[in-house]
Design a protein around this ligand. Structure first.
Ligand SMILES: [Cu+2]
Length: 623
């Protein structure tokens, strides 16, 4: 009896917690009572038979896994995990010398918001950029190779959470900070927060030919916390809009102290103007980076009051308006760029904060949209028919409404607590209006249990009709922040690496495999091919080599199988080493042979019927 009572009490308190925090009681029943015909229709829409391909790629944030998750839409099959900020044994990322150097000594990152490179405000499918909130880094992924090509460490930053977003022609990759810090890595007590701490936005340029990120300049701002942001396009091209919170300058108990004021700000910055001023030498240098204060440039920065503690602002596909949502105010606000420009021209300012002119809310606001009972609006996406879609974190739903009138057209439950939404090509100048995905923070009872750590989830909706149709939920490892959904035919994956005959460490003919000793350095110029390694073409046993204990060993391995899907791997037993070499790729892995003995080497990536035989030995002679 006691056990039963305890179980019932446990259940009821669990239910109470659900009601209080997620208010989604009854959604399970709603799902269970979906008519069979609708379920069959949903199943058909997501089924992609063998031989057919998905319509879209979904590039989804890997959060604190540091990686990029790649899905196919509408099947929602996970196709790939691309390592970006964290080591990955499966591909050798962070093990081989080049990627290890790129990671800069870090072993993880907190990847929040991917951004595909754009041309004329549209995804061009060439590169994807990502932020590491925890370690102030930005990465570039080559979408022809699905490989990270560069990582840039940004000085003077305090967590680029509101990153990354790109300007319409990828002139800049923009990264605003979440935490204000004293400039120049200086010490200043928290009591000096308002005077000494600064918010910083980093403007990064990308060299597509060299596949390299470059720090262009930084913008110094008041010590507010900058949250999600977007770039203007078309008539608003040249501007970025950023949400802020903690305009209270709280330095402790932010959950209370940063929510005191009814309004925070959207900051509008004119990056084209700042670019000219930086080129004209108007910037200072802090930690080796050009830094400009927009208050020194007339017409470069304005603030607009917004519903408190906003999480996001999104520019409409035509570039005329921006929609902001306050997570502590239950409404979405539509602002007009033209109204803002007119107010600026008339100097219709109501205040001045830190030397920044504050525009009058009523002068810039076009309308407020407040669906009854919809709580916690976070993020807005768009279709091609003038509709906006908002995730509601607290009431666990998506709300579809008309941009021009604010009329609410549909509301559908989400399972559960969605943060971001992603519409097909939804933040470009030309959204598709086909699918919408929500990145959900809570999955609770949606999937088979896997212990205390639950998966997060993605919900897929068909948004092609007036009403949204929930198609499926899929589990996803932590942590779904933002995603981007791009038409599959915009991505042009290469099947093999371009053969680079100029690389001095490549070996393209098996007969050229050789070992060169330089003092205590041993350079192995070897090949991997079906189904053997050749480290030294002239040796009796071509697949083995001997070094002295303490030698520094460099394995320069070229995969000479120039054929699709023939990836080789190479592990060195007991040395905690493994890496992959793709067809046509040369990769170098170096280590110190500090343990003497005999260490089998084998191919770790299944490559042929004789894959098991693809092996050799490292022999380390004792000192
Ligand atoms: Cu192999």
């Amino acid at each position: 009896m006691n056990k039963l009572l305890t179980a019932l009490l446990g259940l009821s308190s669990g239910l109470l917690v659900s009601v209080l925090f997620f208010s989604d009681v009854g959604r399970q029943n709603a799902r269970a009572s979906t008519p069979d015909g609708e379920l069959a229709s949903a199943a058909q829409k997501v089924y992609v038979p063998h031989g057919k391909k998905d319509e879209y790629y979904l590039f989804s944030s890997g959060g604190h896994s540091g990686q990029l998750f790649v899905y196919g839409v509408p099947s929602m099959r996970q196709i790939r995990i691309v390592p970006v900020f964290s080591q990955d044994a499966a591909t050798g990322y962070g093990f081989d010398d080049a990627s290890k150097k790129m990671m800069g000594g870090y072993t993880w990152g907190d990847f929040h918001h991917p951004a595909i490179s754009e041309t004329a405000g549209d995804y061009d499918g060439q590169f994807l950029f990502a932020n590491d909130v925890a370690n102030n880094r930005i990465a570039a992924v080559d979408l022809s190779l699905f490989h990270t090509t560069d990582i840039l460490k940004m000085p003077n930053m305090g967590g680029p959470h509101a990153a990354v977003f790109v300007t319409p022609n990828t002139e800049y990759i923009v990264a605003p900070t979440r935490f204000a810090r004293p400039l120049g890595d200086e010490y200043a007590p928290l009591d000096k927060y308002k005077e000494k701490y600064k918010g910083v936005v980093t403007m990064i340029q990308f060299d597509r030919a060299k596949k390299k990120l470059n720090l262009a300049y930084q913008i110094v701002l008041p010590p507010w916390s900058y949250d999600l942001s977007d770039a203007g396009k078309k008539m608003s091209d040249g501007w970025v809009v950023m949400t802020t919170y903690n305009t209270e300058f709280a330095t402790t108990n932010l959950e209370i102290n940063a929510s005191q004021k009814d309004r925070d700000y959207i900051v509008m910055v004119n990056w084209k103007k700042l670019e000219q001023e930086v080129a004209a030498g108007k910037a200072n240098t802090v930690n080796g980076v050009k830094m400009i204060d927009p208050r020194d440039v007339e017409g470069a920065i304005y603030a607009i009051p917004v519903a408190k503690s906003p999480h996001g602002v999104d520019v409409t596909p035509d570039g005329t308006r921006f929609v902001a949502s306050g997570k502590l105010a239950p409404l979405m606000t539509v602002f007009s760029f033209q109204k803002a420009f007119d107010a600026i021209a008339k100097k219709d300012f109501v205040a001045n904060e830190f030397g920044i002119p504050v525009l009058k809310y009523e002068s810039v606001m076009e309308r407020e949209v407040d669906p009854p009972g919809a709580l916690g609006p976070l993020h807005t996406q768009f279709d091609d028919r003038g509709n906006a879609f908002n995730t509601m974190f607290i009431s666990s739903e998506v709300v579809k409404w008309k941009l021009d009138t604010g009329e609410v057209i549909d509301r559908q439950p989400v399972f559960y607590s969605p943060g971001h939404a992603t519409a097909a090509e939804g933040d470009t100048a030309a959204p598709d209006g086909t699918y919408l995905i929500t990145g959900n923070k809570i999955a609770k009872d949606s999937f088979l249990g896997v212990g205390p750590s639950h998966p997060e989830s993605l919900d897929l909706f068909d948004i092609s009709g007036d009403k949204m149709q929930h198609l499926m939920s899929v589990p996803i490892p932590p942590e779904p922040h933002y995603s981007q959904m791009v038409k599959a035919d915009k991505i042009k994956p290469k099947l093999i690496y371009d053969k680079d005959e100029t690389r001095p460490d490549s070996v393209w003919k098996a007969d050229d495999a050789r070992i060169e000793r330089k003092g205590s350095e041993v350079h192995v110029y070897g090949v991997a091919m079906r189904s053997k390694f050749i480290f030294d073409a002239k040796a009796e046993r071509k697949d083995s080599f001997t070094v002295n204990q303490g030698d520094r060993v460099f394995l320069h391995i070229t995969n000479i199988d120039l054929d699709q899907d023939i990836t080789h791997g190479l592990e060195v037993m007991d040395y905690n080493l493994n890496f992959e070499i793709q067809p046509g790729q040369t990769s170098t892995l170096s280590f110190t042979a500090d343990k003497s003995g005999v260490f089998p080497i084998y191919c770790t990536n299944f490559c042929s019927a004789l894959h098991q035989e693809m092996s050799g030995h490292l022999l380390v002679q004792p000192k």
